[in-house]
Write a protein that binds this ligand. Structure first.
Ligand code: ZN
Length: 337
């Protein structure tokens, strides 16, 4: 989990995560390869209309847009990011020459005027300092327009069974997927998907669905846990430690709406395995289940998600018990389907 969380993989640059996935898939005895969209696809044997489980490998982050004369970097956001979370973060810039340490700078509080203190933070007014003397030195260090930028958050254990880190959406899903690799039945595909965070329809999963033609698709993702101060249960009823969320409806039905039959099947598997589960319908946010559901005349899809706190921030928090429960549930689901 630590290795996956600390790997860098902003949408469109999932390579480092994909290599970890391939390595683990192969060690578990599966055939594994990267397809044209950057998905890491693994199976024991592949026939017609397989059952496909997908976990997106990409994370939210930034991308270099402009380097000024003094060597400071302006950037665009890749994926859904709250601008307030960006100020004074440590970041890592990935260049072709290697990675560079950087920070997102800001004006110190001593100098802030009252109206500046109250104003909303706009990512467009923020910049990355990589310690370059000027544009020439920045170029020498290797930074270029189009480099991706990730947050420099170390993975840590918290309390008895919790952990925190960056990119838990969706490296938790990747981790869960890897736990399913050993003893995988025939004609089941495990797929680390690319570019989920950057469009309503996760690009990698959407494209792969055309070639794999799944009989059914299970998105293995993370879900918003609302069990902390400043969140009301009616905003996000899912809690940490109570088992995976079975997402019935995504993005207020603009995303995937799972069939009753499939929802029932997943619930039955949870009950048979005696693990907790939480039913979920969400207003915002869609998973790869939405991306796959409308391919090839419609593919029955559902998302099974690990509850995660502070999603799409630099500090997600997850719970071991939820991962264990989700692995048990999905192993059962694979067997039964
Ligand atoms: Zn996600």
């Amino acid at each position: 989990m630590q290795r996956l969380s600390e790997a860098d993989g902003v949408s469109s640059e999932e390579g480092e995560v994909a290599l970890i996935m391939l390595d683990c898939f192969r060690k578990a005895g599966l055939k594994a390869e990267i397809d044209g969209s950057g998905n890491a696809i693994a199976y024991k044997s592949l026939g017609k209309n397989p059952l496909v489980l997908g976990a997106h490998m990409d994370e939210i982050g930034l991308m270099v847009k402009h380097i000024d004369d003094k060597g400071f970097i302006r950037f665009i956001k890749i994926g859904g990011i709250d601008d307030r979370t960006l100020i004074n973060q440590q970041v890592t810039v990935r260049t072709t020459k290697g990675t560079l340490a950087g920070v997102i700078g800001s004006k110190p509080p001593h100098l802030l005027k009252d109206e500046e203190r109250k104003a909303a933070v706009d990512a467009k007014s923020l910049f990355i300092d990589i310690g370059a003397a000027d544009a020439k030195e920045a170029a020498k260090m290797g930074v270029e327009v189009g480099n991706t930028v990730t947050f420099n958050t170390r993975f840590r254990r918290m309390g008895g069974k919790m952990f925190s880190g960056k990119a838990l959406d969706n490296r938790i899903g990747c981790y869960v997927l890897l736990q399913l690799a050993k003893g995988l039945p025939l004609n089941v595909v495990l797929m680390g998907t690319a570019q989920e965070e950057v469009s309503t329809f996760g690009k990698g999963a959407h494209n792969a669905a055309f070639t794999l033609e799944p009989r059914a698709f299970i998105a293995v993702d993370t879900s918003i846990a609302g069990d902390h101060p400043e969140m009301r249960p009616e905003e996000a009823p899912v809690s940490l430690g109570k088992g995976p969320a079975i997402t019935m409806v995504e993005a207020a039905a603009r995303g995937n709406v799972a069939s009753r039959k499939l929802v029932q099947k997943v619930m039955d598997c949870a009950k048979k395995e005696k693990v907790g589960f939480q039913l979920e319908v969400i207003d915002g946010g869609a998973t790869d289940a939405a991306s796959v559901s409308n391919v090839n005349g419609g593919i029955s899809s559902i998302a099974v998600c690990t509850p995660t706190r502070y999603i799409h921030s630099t500090v997600g928090v997850g719970h071991e018990d939820d991962i264990e429960a989700q692995v048990k549930l999905l192993k059962r689901l694979i067997r039964e389907m």
